[in-house]
Write a protein that binds this ligand. Structure first.
Ligand code: GLN
Length: 489
């Protein structure tokens, strides 16, 4: 079935005229109709709109436009509900935006459209990307396709679940502290957080602007390279996007990994690491060694401070970014007798509990008297964390870690304990603080129940080619990425 294919498989069928883009979209629509009642990866999708885009793609294919010219021509791609797509709803998993419809495309979306992609639906997420389980969405919980009593990870849970359940070919998500890599690991797909500045954030609703990055979810590493090529690049509308040329990432998938040096940070072998996850990572490391890489223990001495640092900086930035949702400009307004009452009623009714918690935390750490003790100190620790990585990359080509301490947990298991929830990001957060790149690839399963486990590879700033190469070599020597949850059968 076409919805099960990778980008490279589908585009070769489309190019050979063995299938049409309309067939591909119809296959995705059928799959969504069959499984999304159980999974709820999508907040919404618009079948006539997707089919119209498919017909336009089929016309281009018929007129001789090739996939060399438009690498995603006719490929349905799902979009996390935090990226602006012109004339599509934009809610950020929140109630506060009401019936808002975006008047413009994010740069990443514009690039997808230029590459011929079919923009398919709005994917569920934790409200404003704050969370690790997609339980913080105003639109209901997304369920893990491998076990629907469990969470898919978050905040891009819909983006991961939709790929894992073959509801769509690939998706875009965002990663501020792990929101691509963690759900990719828990749902058994590939997810990448590119280097800060690699992809324009224009049209991405900001959570924590110094940490947010857009990135792909795909069924294999080759597709990640394809999607990354399309959405990367400098954009004058985002001053933090870096004017660095975009390499042909597919080229980095060639060759072997003999002689590459991999670092295993000793600080990541913590007490809370599940024994089956640890065993899977140990086996993956052996596999990488058997492919010719050398592995050595390294130290990232400030790792212990990463979660605390992140949970000061991210809420601080969020409290400033979310000030714009005031009921005056573009939200579901709740009227009040005066502006202050209007703001507080609108924000009180519109934001969920986690978003309110972050705004309160963020406002507190920025307040005079506490700014130096919390925010300023966190910024200094952030510099030390980045320096740890830069030092490590003097010695090794990439760093190998588990993506998450455990496999997917039960829905409701951690929702009453924010601290436990925050700790599910211990292995992913440092990468964002350091501004480097990271990828998660499937590397095994727990036994009972059978749940996916992810291997994380971290690379130096703009070192995407290196981690793609290693991830691809590993993937091609294993079958983990080919396993499918029973819901797709
Ligand atoms: N889980 C982390 C948080 O709640 C990271 C979220 C993200 O990467 N968007 O902030």
């Amino acid at each position: 079935m076409l919805n099960q294919l990778t980008i490279s498989e589908l585009t070769s069928k489309l190019a050979a005229r063995e299938a049409s883009a309309r067939d591909a979209v119809q296959a995705c629509l059928d799959r969504v109709a069959r499984v999304d009642g159980d999974i709820h990866a999508f907040i919404s999708h618009d079948a006539p709109d997707a089919l119209a885009q498919a017909d336009a793609a089929d016309k281009l294919i018929a007129s001789g436009v090739t996939h060399a010219q438009k690498p995603l021509l006719g490929v349905p791609i799902g979009i996390k509900d935090v990226l602006a797509v012109k004339n599509h709803p934009l809610n950020c998993g929140s109630r506060i935006l009401g019936k808002f419809v975006s008047p413009y495309d994010a740069t990443a979306i514009e690039k997808l459209k230029d590459a011929g992609a079919i923009i398919f639906g709005r994917l569920n997420m934790d409200e404003f990307a704050m969370g690790s389980s997609t339980e913080n969405s105003a639109f209901g919980v997304t369920r893990n396709p491998w076990d629907t009593t469990r969470i898919p990870g978050g905040s891009s849970g819909g983006s991961a679940a939709a790929v894992a359940a073959d509801e769509v070919i690939a998706t875009l998500g965002t990663d501020t502290g792990g929101s691509i890599r963690q759900p990719a690991a828990l749902c058994g797909c590939v997810g990448m957080k590119p280097t800060y500045g690699r992809i324009s954030r224009y049209g991405l609703v900001a959570f924590a602007s110094s940490l947010d990055q857009i990135g792909p979810f795909t069924k294999d590493v080759r597709d990640t390279a394809t999607l990354l090529n399309v959405v990367s690049g400098h954009d004058e509308r985002d001053s933090t996007s870096v004017p660095q040329p975009v390499p042909d990432y597919a080229k980095s998938l060639r060759g072997d990994i003999k002689g590459l040096r991999l670092g295993l940070p000793k600080e990541y072998m913590i007490g809370g690491l599940d024994s089956e996850v640890k065993a899977a990572i140990d086996a993956a490391v052996k596999q990488l060694q058997s492919l010719g890489a050398s592995v050595e223990e390294i130290s990232l001495p400030h790792t212990d401070y990463a979660a605390a640092t992140y949970y000061i900086i991210a809420p601080a930035e969020a409290s400033a970014n979310l000030a714009r949702f005031d009921g005056i400009r573009y939200c579901a307004r709740v009227d009040g007798a005066d502006p202050i009452e209007l703001y507080s009623k609108t924000r009180g009714a519109g934001f969920g509990p986690e978003v309110k918690r972050r705004i309160i935390l963020g406002t507190y750490v920025l307040s005079s008297g506490y700014y130096d003790a919390y925010y300023l100190r966190a910024q200094k620790v952030r510099t030390l964390i980045r320096q740890d990585f830069l030092n490590a990359f003097e010695k090794v080509d990439a760093i190998v870690t588990p993506t998450t301490p455990t496999a997917a947990f039960k829905i409701g298991e951690k929702s009453d304990d924010p601290l436990q929830m925050y700790l599910s990001d211990v292995f992913t957060i440092s990468c964002n603080l350091a501004g480097i790149c990271g990828i998660s690839v499937p590397c095994g399963f727990t036994t009972s129940p059978k749940l996916p486990i992810g291997l994380q590879l971290l690379g130096k700033p703009f070192g995407e080619e290196m981690i793609l190469k290693i991830a691809h070599a590993y993937e091609q020597s294993t079958d983990w990425h080919k396993a499918k949850p029973t819901i797709t059968k």
